[in-house]
Write a protein that binds this ligand. Structure first.
Ligand code: BG6
Length: 459
């Protein structure tokens, strides 16, 4: 019989979402346009104008959070809902008040708000003005936005995340609206954006740590656990290099304040030039995070294609292979719980002093609503495995402070519309028909409710 005593009493059992993926009200109450609005409108699925309309279902959704027993809710603030132009030229009071209401309601219900400042919804006005993160001007505008948020909500919110999955955006730059004339220039622009985001974030870390002593502030990094295609040392090294390139470089910059040499070498091989001054390096050094958010979903087995791809993206040099022992979602993400324990140990080895919050982790499926019920056994199986491995990782000594699965409620996927569902709560709509947006509790809702109630799995 397993003991559950290893989850700390104040463990943050949470769930996550992001603004454009749940809120809707995309064109109302003074909200400005974001890259996510434009991107989803141009895609083949639904757009973000309604999503699952949390903006108009706030009371109902918070009641569901309460019923689920959440100790924390991770959500993001829509930058253009509070600052429609991205800069301080207009402040949208309705947007500002919406987040006050959300935060106040969470606090009233004893649910810890965990706030992401920027989650894939960069202001279009700044893309049009100076190509967004490619310009150094973006640093000041992000700083002003973060400063605005901390002044407004800093006394109510303890846990802050600056940028969600910067490392995903850098490798899929259309998510941040980056413009370029060709692929080589796009990679160069993405890497310049990467550094500008790091500098902006470092300035915010520094300011927050000086002025808001009681808050925790860190990045939310996408962490891919890369497995080698075989046991040969060359494959193991390539898998490690991929992790270094994709995830650890950003954690090193955010936590240690240094750009790892291996990262610069990889960029050099791709003929990317970064213009970094002594002052920039000093900024990175002085502004570091005081905890780490990690989005971890699965392990991925990589095979190096070994082709001469000097002007392409680093990830294009690899293909993904499936492991016949593992179950995969319809979109190819594995269910490999032991990978989570391994990943957590890696973090502890590398950053022994840092507290880790799992900011995303989840299983997507085309769930079916039948007689008001959703039997999502595969999701339950996924979470059973991962929560048990999380417990073991805590027992191993990793400082894990919370677990915020993706997602609290079904939402608009970043790349695959509404059929790819992750939520504990089902929303009755599809890509082409909003229907009534009625909420239903899935079987996994009751499973997670029991996990939270028991402070871990009950065997
Ligand atoms: C993470 C993002 O990359 O993964 C989320 O932070 C996203 O915003 C999630 O929804 C799942 O990805 P997708 O493409 O299935 O929506």
């Amino acid at each position: 019989k397993n003991s559950n005593r290893k989850f700390p009493n104040n463990f943050l059992w949470g769930a996550s979402t992001s603004a454009f993926q749940v809120e809707g009200a995309g064109n109302s109450d003074g909200k400005g346009e974001s890259v996510a609005d434009v991107r989803t409108r141009a895609g083949k699925y639904m757009d973000s104008s309604v999503s699952v309309d949390e903006y108009h279902h706030l009371d109902e959704d918070i009641s569901l959070m309460k019923k689920l027993g959440l100790k924390a809710y991770r959500f993001s603030i829509s930058w253009t809902r509070v600052l429609p132009n991205g800069d301080l030229s207009i402040v949208n009071e309705k947007g500002v008040n919406y987040y006050h209401k959300l935060i106040d309601e969470l606090v009233k219900n004893e649910i810890e708000p965990i706030v992401t400042m920027f989650h894939f919804d960069y202001p279009m006005a700044l893309v049009n003005k100076y190509n967004g993160w490619v310009s150094k001007k973006s640093i000041k505008d992000f700083y002003n936005y973060a400063d605005f948020l901390l002044k407004e909500y800093g006394d109510k919110v303890k846990y802050w995340l600056t940028i969600n999955e910067q490392n995903v955006m850098v490798n899929q730059p259309e998510i941040m609206g980056t413009k370029a004339n060709n692929k080589k220039e796009l990679f160069q622009n993405a890497q310049v954006s990467n550094i500008n985001m790091c500098l902006a974030q470092a300035e915010v870390f520094k300011m927050a740590r000086e002025r808001y002593r009681n808050i925790k502030i860190g990045p939310a990094v996408s962490y891919i656990t890369a497995l080698p295609e075989n046991g040969k040392s060359k494959s193991i090294l390539l898998a490690k290099q991929l992790e270094d390139y994709f995830s650890f470089y950003l954690m090193d910059i955010s936590i240690r304040g240094i750009i790892p040499q291996s990262y610069l070498n990889t960029l050099n091989d791709k003929r990317v030039h970064l213009d970094l001054s002594k002052k920039d390096l000093q900024t990175l050094k002085e502004g570091t995070a005081n905890y780490l958010g990690v989005n971890w979903y699965c392990t991925t087995t990589f095979k190096y294609k070994d082709k001469n791809n000097k002007d392409g993206f680093v990830l294009d040099d690899f293909s993904v292979i499936k492991d016949s022992d593992l179950d995969y979602t319809k979109w190819g993400w594995s269910n490999d719980p032991v990978g989570l324990r391994y990943a957590m140990q890696q973090l502890n080895d590398r950053y022994p002093e840092i507290e880790v919050l799992v900011t995303e982790c989840g299983w997507s499926d085309e769930d079916k609503l039948e007689d008001g019920k959703i039997h999502d056994e595969k999701r339950i199986k996924y979470f059973k495995g991962h929560i048990e491995q999380l417990r073991l990782a805590i027992k191993d000594g990793v400082h894990i402070i919370g677990f915020c699965p993706w997602s609290f409620i079904d939402l608009l996927s970043v790349n695959d519309g509404m059929n790819k569902r992750y939520g504990f709560v089902y929303v009755d709509r599809n890509n082409h028909d909003e229907k009534q947006l009625t909420r239903y509790e899935k079987d996994s809702f009751y499973f997670y409710q029991s996990v939270i109630k028991n402070n871990g799995l009950k065997f």
